[in-house]
Every structure is written in structure tokens, then in C-alpha cells.
Design a protein around this ligand. Sequence first.
Ligand SMILES: Nc1nc2c(c(=O)[nH]1)N[C@H]1C(S)=C(S)[C@@H](COP(=O)(O)OP(=O)(O)OC[C@H]3O[C@@H](n4cnc5c(=O)[nH]c(N)nc54)[C@H](O)[C@@H]3O)O[C@H]1N2
Ligand SMILES: Nc1nc2c(c(=O)[nH]1)N[C@H]1C(S)=C(S)[C@@H](COP(=O)(O)OP(=O)(O)OC[C@H]3O[C@@H](n4cnc5c(=O)[nH]c(N)nc54)[C@H](O)[C@@H]3O)O[C@H]1N2
Ligand SMILES: [Mo]
Length: 758
Amino acid sequence: MANTWGYGAMTNSLGDIQNTKAIIIFGANPAVNHPVGFQHFLKAKERNNAKIIVIDPRMTKTAAKADLYAQIRPGTDIPFMYGMLHIIFKNGWHDQKFMDARVYGMDEIKEEAKKWNPEKVADVTGVPADKLIQITRLYAKSTPGTLVWAMGLTQHSIGSSNTRLAPILQLALGNLGVEGGGCNILRGHDNVQGATDMCCLSHTLPGYYGLSKGSWGYFAKSWGVDYEWLKGRFKSEEMMGEKGFTLARWYAGVLAGKPGEDKIKNAGTNLKALVVLGNGITAIAQQAKVKEALDNLELIVLADPFLNEGAILTDKQNDVFVLPAATQFETSGSVTATNRAAQWRNKVIDPLYESKTDHDIIFELAKRLGFYDELTKGMLLKDDPKTAKPVKVKDEFQWPEDATDEIARTIKTIGLTGWTAERLKKHSENWHMFDEVSGRGHGPMKGEYYGLPWPCWTTEHSGSPILYNINRSVAEGGMGFRNRFGLEREGVNLLAEKGSAPKGSANKDGYPEINAENIEEVLGITLTAKEKSLIGKNWKVDTSGIIAQKCMEQGMAPYGNAKARAIVWTFPDRIPLHREPLHSPRQDLTKDYPAYEDKPNHYRVDTQYISKQTEKDWSKEFPINLVTGRLVNMNGAGVETRASKYLAKLTPEMFCDINPGLAANHGIRDGAMMWVHSPEGTKIKVKAKYSHSVSEDRVFLPYHFAGYFQGEDRTGNFPQGTKPYASGESANTVTNYGYDIVTQIPETKGGLCRIEKA
Ligand SMILES: Nc1nc2c(c(=O)[nH]1)N[C@H]1C(S)=C(S)[C@@H](COP(=O)(O)OP(=O)(O)OC[C@H]3O[C@@H](n4cnc5c(=O)[nH]c(N)nc54)[C@H](O)[C@@H]3O)O[C@H]1N2
Ligand SMILES: Nc1nc2c(c(=O)[nH]1)N[C@H]1C(S)=C(S)[C@@H](COP(=O)(O)OP(=O)(O)OC[C@H]3O[C@@H](n4cnc5c(=O)[nH]c(N)nc54)[C@H](O)[C@@H]3O)O[C@H]1N2
Ligand SMILES: [Mo]
């Protein structure tokens, strides 16, 4: 099943953080969640005297290492960032030259920022005005500065707006496309970047190719299958272009039609079967609904190296299958790190006992469903340089090398063209030849960056360690912003202005993405008749490789050189705007900053925004903010780490961080049991843990537990010998309804609750 949680790729890298002068961290806790990567932050502090600034509703272990810390109210990062922009523009600390040459739409941002003076920001965010001013001055004056975010920004109904405004702040300061700058988004799982790039998601094809007929046609050709056959896998051609369900709301696909449930648009049918590969079903918001959905399915298959606790949660008795999946130590292949760099992994041992690797499980399933040949055919093909068409070159594929080479052959959009299995293996064998900070190779690896961070335009290209860096040539990983949204908008040029092309570019101006029509003019070259006959329609589908090759020769990026856009005219908000969480503790603000209009057919599910927000004054009954997150000794849904005796011992029980002042008001002693109630009508029973990391208006729940449900111990359901050393209530039983308007990520960091002594 798809992992829908990540959002955004790192523009720079963890190593590059050592080049920075200031690090501002919004909603990430790397001291706990990226402890190895956090060493680069600490090195920046030691070597560079870099300042660390943390914006988090909780005083975290990361905040403990910070020079400045702001305890923000959950879900109010947009006012905070506009507050920073307000001060930056007012004092002229912005980079006007950068904005003029490389950014579109900053005037609208300036107008919005005018509204957010420090006093108003203080009222909405809870951060005192002088703290905001101090933070802004320190960050704006210490360039280059890097902006780091993770789940504290994304898990909100306005998460996608958060992740737009953060780069806009960096653009205003000229902090993008430079060493020590950038947006360093700390990704989650091992290979979550790779999973996103390969589209273990429901709204694009691999490599972010859209769901258009053209893209399907391109892949049909590349995979060597008939477009009509592909179409036959769907109910209709129309459904081929529709986004699918997401992990966040698959349960709605099962429950639709029951009273009070959201409606779906799924070609006339509910979901009936669930196959899970590598997701702990208990990590999803709305556990009570998830349970009901599991109970109502006809078939459940859970393929996992551990016992997926979805099986414990459900009351379903028949047709629940638990398959032993092998771990990543029992298979080989490429994975993608948070900085867009690939690594080749080698198998340590063969799969143990009767377990199977994920790809073998998928192959077995495909065989029984009757499309194994079509699924695997792409691995037998190569693009023939004489015709630029894929031809069959072997009868049997070699796993995983041929899969990697198929990716390199087909994915042009993000430049995976250079990622052949041979090159990636060589990088991993020579990893000691690369510099920790810059990623630059030495000795046999000279001229390449570790892991060939994408875009890696050709099989000779170095990889691109820092996105949008025009101080380097394209051959060394330089590039401008991508041209994706046309050439002009409302009379304004969307291409980069003259003088902001990457170093050594033949074309010194901004230029559009390259296609067969414009290549000669934009690159200033003449193609031979033979080249003209082979070249693809545009760089994304050019199986001849001629466009990429000619671009490299001219020092130009195939995707163009445009302006970054602060305005997205196709989104519900043209520029990022503050909107109160669906369950807001500040009802006085919901009129001025209302939620979005309800959204029909949002990944097939009608989704509530304003109707949920205005249903009642939630804060009356549920006055406390509910923040969820992670612990250093636990991972994700938690079953892996709770099955480890020593890790489980560190946090043997599910708990709630609560300020002693708040606890005292409810008569809850440290270590006593307490109930947390949610607006969903659900509740969990957990142990109170006094903590000053949270203020008196909020509590914190780790989300790594499962096995208990609304006070009921369900661990008796574990088959013999599979019960983990620690079990407890899932925080997701009480996280509130709410989903991002673009990505549908659940609002698991901005809800409300009521507490009570148990
Ligand atoms: N030990 C460990 N490491 C992990 C994981 C794990 O489970 N355990 N999971 C991995 C995965 S999948 C991921 S995605 C990453 C996630 O890494 P992080 O995003 O760092 O994880 P969280 O602890 O969920 O959230 C980070 C912080 O966001 C804060 N926050 C909550 N709401 C807001 C808000 O409205 N604004 C701001 N500014 N901050 C807010 C929380 O208080 C929390 O401290 O970690 C990865 N690393
Ligand atoms: N309340 C709240 N909920 C959250 C979050 C939050 O901050 N707050 N964070 C969200 C985020 S960012 C994420 S990423 C999710 C994470 O939640 P999950 O995706 O559920 O994360 P994990 O527990 O890491 O992994 C799930 C399962 O994969 C299995 N597994 C491990 N290796 C393999 C393998 O090689 N093959 C197979 N088939 N299975 C394997 C593990 O045993 C485990 O059962 O939780 C989300 N849920
Ligand atoms: Mo994640």
C-alpha cells in the first residue's frame, strides 16, 4: 500500500548543512527522529557557529540544542512565517535581485505579509512579538540559512500551504540554490523518497508523470504492452485518469453508504479487499473507522516481517491472511535517500524460513491474477539507438539490476536517466571516496557526487547535489528553476531573467523546457536529419536521449530555466493563507481564517472542511490541543521496536505528556491513568507523564502503540509467540478528522481533546 506521508524532496543535503550559518527548524525533531543526520546540525554549530532556531509546540530535545526557541500554537506556522516576512520586507533584509530575476508573484506575498505585524502574529500563534523579531533578525542576518521541516508542517489540513510558504521565505532571502541554504526536508522511512519517486502513490505514474492519456501511452510503449490492454485493467478510460484512494482514507472506500459516512466516487463499487505490504494499519488516523472498515472487508492480506497489528484490531474471523515478508536485509537493490541520492544495497542473508521478499510476493500475486508477463516485460527491453524504440534484448530478467535499468531508461522527468545499476553499485563500493559535506568524489569517483542525486541527466552526468544552483555548470549539477507552468502569466514573464542561467550555459537568458520544436532555436544548434527523425516530442518522452545530450553539450538543463512561483493559480489558495484547523481552540479566529470549502471527490472521497469546522464550537467540550509525534526508541506503528525487548523497556507503556499545571486541574497524578477523549466520540486510556515540554493548553501523545482499543486489551488476539513486549492504545484512535486540501495527509498534529482522570 502507498505511503502517503512524505512531502517534498530536500534541495540540498544533510552534509551540506555543515556549510550553513543558520538553521531554522519548523515542526521537526531531528535530535529524536534523525539522530544520525542531526550530527551535521551540531557540526555546523561547532565549526561555523551556526545558529539553531526551533519552532515547535513542544520544547523538544532538538529545541534544547537551539539558540532560540518559539513555542508555537499547533497549525499556526503560516502566520509565523508571514510575520517573519513582514519584518524582513519592512527592514529591507530581503534579496531583491534574486526575487526580481528568479521569482514570480512575490508582490502578492508582500501584500499578505503586510497584514501580519508582530502583535497580530503573537495573538494568533502564541509566540511573543519580541521573540518573533529576535528570531527573524537572527535568521535573516545569518546567511546562508537553511530551512528544515518535517511532519510538524505537513500533517495539517493546510499542510500543503505550509510547505509552499517555507520555500517562499527562503526565496525572499535568496537562500535557495546556494550551498548552506535550501529547504532541507527531513524525510521519514528508509527509501520514502524512492517510494515517492516511483509513485507508490495514487495520483501520478512513476517519476511524477501525470495520469494523462499521453503519459499512459508513453509507459505502455516503454513497458512493451498494448495501451488497449492497460486500459482494459480499468473500468473505463475515464477512471484511468482519476486519482486513486490514499492510505489516509481507504477506510472511507469500505464504509461509504453507511449512515454519516463520507460519499465516494469509485465507479459504483465499495472497496472489498485490502492487501498491505509494509504499512502498520494502526498508524493511520481514525482508528475506530479503520477497525470498522477492516471488520467489513471480504479479504485482508497483511504481508509483513512482524505481526501487523491490523490483524489484532479487527474482529473479522475468516479470510485474514498474515504473510511473512522478508526484511530489507534479505534482498538487494537501489534505495533513495532524503537528499535524492541513490544507494545500492546488498543482501546480507537469504530470506529466512518461508518468508518471501516483497517483489516475490508481488510477482506471485501478478502470476495468479494473470499479468506477470506484462508486469515484468519492461525489464527485458532496451531503447535501440538506431530507432529510439524499445526492443527485446533478453528472455529472462536479472533482479534487481534490470529493474533499476528500466527505471533509468524510462524516468526522464526527475532525471533518473543516469542511475544505471552498474553506476550505483560502483558508488556504494567506493563510498569512502566521497566527501561527507559536498558529496564530491575523489580518485576513481572523480567528477561524480555520491549517489548521483537526481536530476542525473545522462549516464555520464555527475548528479545534482544542490537543486536550482546557477553558480555551477549543468554538467556539475547546476540548474535554474524548472519551467512547468507556461511562459508568461497575467503579462509577467515566467522564465528567469537575463543573467540568471547556470554557469557556462550557451543561453544566458531564461529558457523554456526543451522539445523537438524549440530545441534548435533555444540551444542555438542545428540538428541533422537523422537526429530530427529520432528525437522525441519533448525531453520527458525522448527515448533517443538526443535532447538531454544536446542540452549537456550546451550547458543547459532539459527542463528549462524559469522563475520559482509564489502563486499557484490552480490551487484553492493562490498564495498560502492561514486557515484555522478544523478543530480550533480559537473559535474567535475561525470567522476570519475559515477552513476551505468542502471538497467533493478528493482522491475519490467527499471531504469535509468548513462543514466540520462550523458543525459546533468544538473547543467548548474539547479545550485542549492534541499534538502527536515520535520517540527515539520507537518506530512508526511501533510493532518492530516494541518487539525488541530492550527498546520496549525504555517506554513499556503508552503515555501522555502533560504539564503538571494542567494535570493538577484535573486531579491527575504523575503516573496515574487518564482518559483522552476526541471530538470523534472516541477515547483512549493512557498513563499520565508529567512534562514541562508541553504548556498547559496542550498534551502530547506518541503514536507508536497498538494492541489496546478504547480501554479494551486486545492483545489476547496475538497468535502464540507474536505478542510484542509492549502494547498500548494507539494515539490514532483519538486524532481528529481533517485532511490536507492537496495531498490528503491527515491533520494528526492539529486537533483537540478533553482529558479526564481514569
Ligand atoms: N526514532 C524514530 N525516528 C523516526 C521515525 C520514528 O517513528 N521513530 N519515523 C520516521 C518518519 S516516517 C518520519 S516522517 C520522520 C518524522 O520526523 P518529525 O517530523 O521530526 O516527527 P514528529 O515527532 O512526528 O514531529 C516533529 C515535531 O513537529 C511538532 N509539531 C506538531 N505540530 C506542529 C505545528 O503545528 N507546527 C510546528 N512548527 N511544529 C509542530 C511536534 O511537536 C514534533 O516535535 O521521522 C522518521 N524518523
Ligand atoms: N498520530 C500520528 N500518526 C501518524 C504520524 C504522526 O506523526 N502522528 N506519522 C505518520 C507517518 S509520517 C508515517 S510514515 C506513518 C508510519 O507508519 P507505518 O507506515 O505504519 O510505519 P512502520 O511502523 O515503520 O512500518 C509499517 C510496517 O512495515 C513493516 N515492514 C518493515 N520492513 C518491511 C519490508 O521490508 N517489507 C514489508 N512488507 N514490510 C515491512 C513493519 O514491520 C511494520 O509493520 O505513520 C503516520 N501516522
Ligand atoms: Mo513518515
